[in-house]
Design a protein around this ligand. Structure first.
Ligand SMILES: Nc1ncnc2c1ncn2[C@@H]1O[C@H](COP(=O)(O)OP(=O)(O)OP(=O)(O)O)[C@@H](O)[C@H]1O
Length: 701
């Protein structure tokens, strides 16, 4: 079956009476075209004209445009009521949709509505939800793959050996531990020891240890003594390291999902996990073929950099294994082999990828169709490891695959899984086990401790409070911001924003102003530009990326940092909005315009690390990037993030958007928003309609 758009166009239906009806205001042209087409098809198949069916199809298409995979029948009356205010609906619509059972029976009786993917009809009614058939098929593909991936993989080395390797990988490094202790001990080491043990030794809340002896051992500052005596003072049952549990989990399954907020150690964990998988493979046979990928070029570049660093840190202990680990990540489109002008990829079920293990970072950005195509292209028996942050914004296109799967972890882990993980780690996992729950929950690992933000960091505290919807805590942080936070909620926030943007962007502009640009200078300027970014919640309006970008350009001009002349000028940052595989430029890539001595070029860092200048006329579709949307910033981080909300409430303003924007900041966050609007945003959660949670829970019980 073809995509919804293609479906409507490729069949080229002749105009029928139904298509000549008045348009349905409030629906996009694409939704209307699809609705009319399905209505017309139904008419031809059963000879009955029924505008309600066309409307239902159009509404499913509209929901897709808003990121929902399907339309729950329970929501149909409300959707039609909203439409009724603008368009003329069949007079009896209310009576026909209020009873869900009657509605389901009527839909099922329509020749264009099937109940599973085998019927090859344009609509599917399943699990109380109406789907465009293609999206139902994607969802089913995912469910089948995940179900098959639940079967445990046989161990190739004894469990005791795995436990010893795990202990080695996660053993505290005495020098690092002692240096950290020196930093936090202060004047009262007896008061510092418990928080220190929680953060650095993974001691669980409430565990009782010999604190004076532990304090004395750290105070002695003797690495050899620490290594020798620490194990006796620190029984495994008093500790819990979620990273170690994630690695242990991944050893025995084809599928593992590791979710955690910023700096919770996803990359560190995956480096250790890959090292352990590779060590296991090298002990018993050939090395594993491991590939790394991410949805955008920026995210792939970050994975390459951060995983490379994490592998380097491991290399002293496990040199041969680390030599056999990959260092370069690709975009998912490149990995799958994008075909120009087509949605299909070179790699699919008939031409699978050649790999044993695939790691996908920033998986929250992967939409349902892409995830389904990725799974289809995985070879039989390959392992998939998804990394991401379940609390971030979902993919731009339909679906919230990572969030939907993570939802299953609410029921803890199964007692069998708990016993197995205890065997590998020695941890007491009884409090985390629950007797019943979907089997897939055992493949999900949540990392819960941030290593980037300490307890005092304003960004870390704000991110946590926003994530939990704690209005009072957020308000307190806004009223008395810690050193790394600034809040501008008053009338002067535009001038404060412009001053902060000028200060933040001046360094890269000064760098470009030093003389003709070559790859080296462009690399320096790109690094400086990546230190600061203005992020907007919306595209339109005076606080949207386009208008605000122009206002910032004018402020930079007035400050003498920029000389805008026409469309292209030195210092103009641009973001690519469409992949160009030929040039190696991808959606989300950011380049800087600079004079190479003869002409203006736009300089980009390419996936292989080279910096190259392209003539502006050669670039694929792009836009200015002095301000960018929070959506587009996913997968990136900036030392100083300037986060801007509009003046008034809009549907896009959600808790996830705020959390995603806040967590782009590594060192400093400045917030520009009306205070009431910001607090109101905390209460607005994104909910994406999908049948995935229900299907996964049903299938895997
Ligand atoms: N168990 C640990 N012990 C000590 N330091 C750690 C540990 N785990 C992670 N770190 C440190 O915390 C920082 C963040 O780790 P990492 O980059 O793995 O997190 P992440 O979740 O991948 O972050 P991001 O938000 O960038 O995706 C790194 O400096 C890393 O060295």
């Amino acid at each position: 079956m073809t995509e919804p758009t293609a479906l409507a166009l490729s069949h080229q239906p002749t105009l029928s009476s139904s298509q000549l009806l008045a348009p349905w205001p409030g629906l996009r042209a694409i939704d209307q075209a699809l609705g009319r087409f399905i209505q017309d098809l139904n008419l031809r198949l059963n000879g009955e004209e029924d505008a309600l069916l066309g409307l239902c199809a159009a509404l499913v298409s509209q929901e897709l445009g808003q990121g929902h995979v399907c339309l729950p029948l329970s929501q149909l009356p409300a959707r039609l009521a909203a439409l009724a205010a603008k368009a003329e609906l069949p007079t009896d619509w209310q009576a026909r949709v209020t009873n869900i059972e009657t509605l389901s029976a009527w839909l099922r009786a329509q020749p264009v509505v099937g109940t599973d993917e085998t019927a090859e009809l344009p609509l599917v009614l399943a699990r109380g939800r109406l789907y465009l058939a293609r999206y139902f098929a994607f969802e089913q593909q995912l469910v089948h793959w995940l179900q098959a991936a639940q079967a445990p993989l046989p161990l190739t080395v004894p469990a005791d050996q795995l436990a010893a390797w795990l202990a080695d990988l996660f053993a505290p490094v005495p020098q690092i531990l002692l240096a950290a202790w020196q930093q936090v001990r202060g004047e009262r080491p007896d008061l510092a020891i418990i928080p220190f043990a929680r953060q650095w030794l993974d001691v669980t809340e409430g565990a009782e240890l010999d604190w004076p002896a532990l304090t004395a051992l750290l105070e002695a500052q003797d690495p050899a003594r620490l290594s020798a005596e620490l194990p006796a003072l620190l029984p495994a049952a008093a500790c819990l390291n979620w990273q170690k549990l994630a690695v242990a989990t991944a050893l025995t399954g084809r599928f593992t999902l590791i979710s955690g907020g910023p700096g919770t150690g996803k990359t560190t964990t995956v480096a250790r996990l890959l090292a352990l998988l590779q060590r296991q493979a090298l002990t018993t046979g050939a090395a594993l073929r491991i590939r790394l990928a991410a949805p955008t070029g920026k995210a792939a570049a970050r994975l390459t950099e951060s995983l490379g660093r994490a592998i380097d840190e491991l290399a002293h202990g496990w040199p041969e294994v680390c030599d056999a680990l990959p260092r370069q990540a690709a975009t998912l489109h490149r990995l799958l082999g994008a075909l120009p002008g087509r949605r299909a990829f070179r790699h699919d079920a008939d031409n699978p990828l050649v790999l044993d293990v695939l790691v996908v970072d920033e998986a929250s950005m992967v939409d349902l169709p892409l995830m389904a195509r990725l799974l289809a292209a995985l070879p039989e028996g390959a392992r998939l490891i998804l990394l991401g942050d379940k609390d971030q914004l979902s993919s731009v296109e339909a679906g919230a695959v990572l969030g939907d799967i993570c939802g299953l972890s609410r029921s803890g882990m199964s007692p069998e899984q708990g016993r197995w993980l205890t065997r590998l780690t020695g941890y007491d996992l009884a409090p985390w086990c629950q007797a019943s729950g979907p089997a897939l929950r055992d493949r999900i690992c949540l990392l819960r401790k941030s290593w980037r933000f300490d307890g005092q960091s304003g960004i870390g505290r704000l991110a946590r409070a926003v994530n939990l919807g704690q209005t009072d805590q957020v308000a307190a942080l806004l009223d008395q911001p810690p050193a790394d936070l600034a809040f501008h909620g008053g009338e002067d926030r535009l001038s404060s924003l412009l001053a902060a943007a000028v200060a933040g962007y001046r360094p890269y502009l000064d760098c470009l102003a030093q003389g003709p640009c070559d790859a080296e200078r462009a690399a320096q300027a790109l690094a400086l530009f990546n230190r600061c970014r203005v992020l907007c919640a919306v595209r339109d309006g005076s606080w949207g990326v386009g208008p605000l970008g122009l206002t910032i350009a004018r402020a930079l001009q007035q400050a003498g940092c920029l000389l805008p002349e026409g469309d292209w000028y030195v210092g103009r940052p641009v973001m690519i909005t469409q992949n160009d595989h030929g040039l190696g430029l991808y959606n989300g890539d950011i380049g800087l315009t600079a004079f190479d001595g003869q002409r203006l070029r736009v300089w980009f860092q390419l996936p292989d690390g080279r910096v190259h200048g392209f003539l502006p006329s050669r670039l694929p579709p792009h836009e200015s990037a002095l301000a960018m949307t929070v959506h587009k910033s996913q997968g990136s981080e900036f030392d100083h993030t300037l986060l801007v909300l509009p003046d008034s409430p809009l549907p896009v303003l959600t808790r996830e958007l705020l959390y995603t924007g806040i967590t782009r900041a590594k060192g400093r966050l400045s917030l520009f928003a009306p205070r009431p609007l910001l607090l109101q945003t905390l209460g607005r959660l994104t909910e994406r309609a999908s049948g995935l949670p229900l299907a996964l829970a049903e299938r895997s019980l």
